[in-house]
Design a protein around this ligand. Sequence first.
Ligand code: FES
Length: 111
Amino acid sequence: MPPYQHHVFFCTNERAADDPKGSCVHKGSIALHLHAKDRCFQRGLKGSVRVNKAGCLDTCAQGPAVVVYGEKDPPGGVWYTVNTTVDVDDIIQSHLVEGNVVERLKMKQNP
Ligand code: FES
């Protein structure tokens, strides 16, 4: 049995500001990651949900990139574009607590 029901990765890769590929850090991913960690802790999800930083997830144009893996999720995980703390809260409530993918935040093209 895996140690967590869900494992969540936030891309916190940073490139130079003038790099045409852009990067999730320049779209706010550090603050979004911290918000997710804080909110999961506040909601008592520590132990069942793990929230980690990740390097580039190779979906830069669709970032800030987040991927969720879980026992009941597809083997390749569920990939999200997360722009705001409201988006983070929706993923926590709908996906991590209730088990429902947040369709409005799914990436247009999964890797
Ligand atoms: S920099 Fe975030 S997916 Fe590439």
